[in-house]
Design a protein around this ligand. Structure first.
Ligand code: AMP
Ligand code: GLY
Length: 420
């Protein structure tokens, strides 16, 4: 009997990973969510278990979110002889500590914003006052669920934020702060697969972080995404690989860090060239939802190459004709105070559209099913991702919105301008 592949995580990104991997293997997801279980069109099973990853018997482990990576899950699995897609705790510090990330960037000669790392308010304030501004940027060193970054329009606001963070408003994550100069320019991201030595870029994707149409309202985990991105062509990707990815992977190796997994570089394209804002050590959510369906490679072969060190040079997903669009359906009150327990209409018993739309998959990000034979209900801020593929961006977009219109619950909201 061949062993399944294990996906770690419970959101829309992990459901997308599970569906993709189920093109060539049976999949077990932990902890998963009840909307993930089922069978792929290829006849592979997706099952959900509450057992921890370490006790799931699998041929390969793909870790979705950053928290378990920062916590050393990949090291523990590798110590037990397992194949893993995801860096160990040493590599995951790139996302777990902005101070470490900046140190490595400077060491590797990767362009980034001028910055200092501080544990004392007077030192941080003195540094802030010497920066040109506006804006002034203050970040927690540690993981803060995407909420640790302030881009301040006034020096007074930045100074107050330094004081609040160092006084513990983000707990241990804010024991140190990174203060940096404000940059300007369009943002872009490049995700790569890395097998410890070789880094290969994935087709470019772009997310939409603000909750409202036209990039208005508060920041969220991501309200939608599309791929490919016409403005991020081969020239931009090549430059980012040369300036921000290859030197970083080399610096990691010099430190003895064998980085096997996904590296996500977030950049600003400034007048002085691309500068790195952040690295994530996993696929973006919802970027994964639009990138994975565009890959032509066999999923298991590709992930095994990442985990065991055998990636071929090239570019992944860029050659395939077609595009993908993902629209996130959010719960009432998201992002401030998402409401749980609202009954979702429009889904069949398998969690997919009751009335299907060509090219569309419904990915469950925050749903529950109190009665295993009953309806799905909301159980998170981002509830469902409607992911569509199509021959063009316009057609993928049309399909995604047609499908989104077939799903409803009290308070549901989503952006109407994804990929426009
Ligand atoms: P980060 O989590 O570090 O990527 O920051 C989150 C967001 O804050 C970025 O996507 C940018 O929009 C913004 N940001 C971060 N650093 C800067 C900077 N130095 N200048 C201007 N905006 C920034
Ligand atoms: N969508 C941005 C992220 O996953 O960090």
């Amino acid at each position: 009997m061949t062993l399944p592949v294990c996906v770690v995580g419970s959101g829309g990104r992990e459901h997308a990973l599970a569906r993709w991997l189920a093109g060539s293997a049976d999949v077990v997801v932990t902890p998963g969510n009840p909307g993930m279980a089922g069978r792929s069109p290829e006849g592979r099973s997706i099952t959900v278990t509450a057992a921890p990853a370490e006790s799931v018997d699998a041929s390969l482990y793909v870790v979705g979110p950053e928290a378990p990576l920062v916590d050393g899950l990949a090291d523990r699995l590798r110590a037990a002889g397992r194949l893993v897609v995801g860096p160990g705790a040493g590599g995951a510090r790139l996302e777990g500590s902005k101070a470490f990330m900046k140190e490595l960037l400077v060491e590797a000669g990767v362009p980034t914003a001028r910055h200092g790392v501080f544990a004392s308010v007077p030192d941080a304030v003195a540094y802030l006052r010497a920066l040109p501004g506006p804006p002034w940027v203050v970040k927690t060193d540690g993981l803060a669920a995407g909420k640790g970054v302030l881009v301040a329009a006034s020096l007074a606001e930045a100074e107050a934020d330094v004081a609040a963070k160092l006084a513990g408003s983000f707990g241990d994550a804010g024991r140190r702060v990174v203060v940096e100069e404000g940059l300007s320019g369009p943002e872009c991201s490049v995700q790569v697969l890395c097998d410890g030595v070789r880094a290969v870029p994935l087709v470019a994707a772009q997310d939409h972080k603000r909750v409202g149409d036209g990039d208005t309202g508060p920041n969220t985990g991501g309200m939608g995404a599309f791929a490919p991105v016409p403005s991020v062509g081969a020239g931009v990707v090549d430059r980012v690989m040369d300036e921000a990815v290859e030197p970083l992977v080399a610096a990691l190796r010099r430190r003895g860090i064998d980085y096997r997994g996904v590296l996500y570089a977030g950049l600003m394209l400034t007048a002085d060239g691309p500068k790195v804002l952040e690295y994530n050590v996993r696929l973006g959510d919802p970027e994964a939802q639009v990138v994975l369906p565009l890959l032509e490679e066999d999923p298991m072969e590709l992930m095994t190459a990442v985990a065991s060190g055998g990636l071929s040079a090239g570019r992944l997903g860029a050659g395939r004709a077609g595009a993908a669009v993902c629209v996130v359906l959010a719960a009432g009150g998201y992002p401030e105070a998402p409401r749980a327990g609202d009954e979702i209409e429009g889904l069949g018993p398998d969690g997919q559209l009751a009335a299907p739309v060509e090219g569309v998959t419904v990915l469950h990000a925050g749903t529950a099913r109190p009665d295993p034979a009953g309806p799905f209900v909301t159980a998170g801020g981002r509830v469902l991702d409607v992911a569509a593929v199509g021959p063009s961006l316009a057609e993928a977009r049309r399909r995604a919105y047609e499908a989104a219109g077939r799903i409803s619950w009290p308070g549901v909201h989503y952006r109407t301008d994804i990929a426009r």
